[in-house]
Ligand binder design. Sequence first.
Ligand code: NAD
Ligand code: ZN
Length: 366
Amino acid sequence: MNNPTSILNVDLAERSYPIYIGTNLVGDSAVYRPHIHGQQVLIVSNSTVAPLYLEAVKSALQEYQVQTVILPDGEQYKTLAVWQQIIDTLLENRFDRRCTVIGLGGGVVGDMAGFAAACYQRGVYFIQVPTTLLAQVDSSVGGKTGVNHPLGKNMIGAFYQPQCVIADIQTLSTLDNRQLSAGLAEVIKYGLIGDPDFFAWLEQNVDGLMARDQALLAYAIERSCSDKASVVAADEREAGNRALLNLGHTFGHAIETGMGYGEWLHGEAVGAGICMAADMSRRLGWITESDQARIASLIVRAELPIYPPDNINAEQFMQLMSVDKKVLAQKIRLVLMRRLGYSVVTDDFDPDLLKVTLNEYGRASG
Ligand SMILES: NC(=O)c1ccc[n+]([C@@H]2O[C@H](COP(=O)([O-])OP(=O)(O)OC[C@H]3O[C@@H](n4cnc5c(N)ncnc54)[C@H](O)[C@@H]3O)[C@@H](O)[C@H]2O)c1
Ligand SMILES: [Zn+2]
């Protein structure tokens, strides 16, 4: 193995698995070998990532029978119809129960490949090779897989844990700045959920991260995965505190759905969503004005939006948030900040306060 910077363990009893974080891992056969059980391997990638990294992965897997399926690139293709191409390829090539599906790409590829692995013959081995910052710090960790439905994002899916995650920092060198920023939104989220020291570290180091300093990126990825892994280990199927990972997301999903998938990046919507959650938390008297300003300033330095797009008004926001799947028994539950670096899941707030924030951040109705 090419000296991975670190190996983190996601602690889920018999479904536990390692996350390898380092450089030049995608082409290192020794990283894959312990996690592949049969002879058959299907690499799922897309038309952008495959030209960059598919050959390296294939070269590491020469001892196996390897097939590939290259999906079109984009959130708009995260559909059951496109997903079926993966299942078709597995069937056409007579893949058996001991086969391994590898998802090589960002969160879209990872979610779709994982869902295919979860469903094919009721579950085959799965390896995540995330190649965006967002996928390395978030979507590849925790076992959520799935596709979108025209009526809602990620509405069809399964909890399905991989055999391992291989996060190669080198792959981030080809990522554009907008995608890097989108990933940082999730990184900042971890600081605000329950890791105030990490939040302070990010305030010190966000410029270095934006400049793609590899050591800083490695640290941020490791700390983010470790924060996420401990939340997931305590609540794998989101019966309670796993919902904390949705900080900024109820607002963010409303932005994504309201804009139509694909206009704003997920992480951009989360950036603005975090600012809206901070605004409500300040109105509740839970965080101070200066905390709110620190959060907004970090989001700005990560080159993320702090306001939603100006074509969603407060009423539309409210409607979009009510169909979000985190709504239980008609009450909107939100992740809000009890203090800086410590969030809670709650529906215990005056709904009028939510309206004040929506009016402040959504375009005034009428
Ligand atoms: N499963 C989960 O827990 C979870 C968590 C968060 C997000 N998600 C999902 O993840 C998706 C977003 O993931 P994303 O932000 O990675 O988007 P993405 O997969 O669309 O990737 C972003 C873009 O970067 C390209 N790309 C990927 N790697 C690259 C590289 N190394 N160099 C150059 N270009 C590269 C992709 O082809 C794509 O065009 C959403 O569908 C979201 O729902 C899932
Ligand atoms: Zn997210």
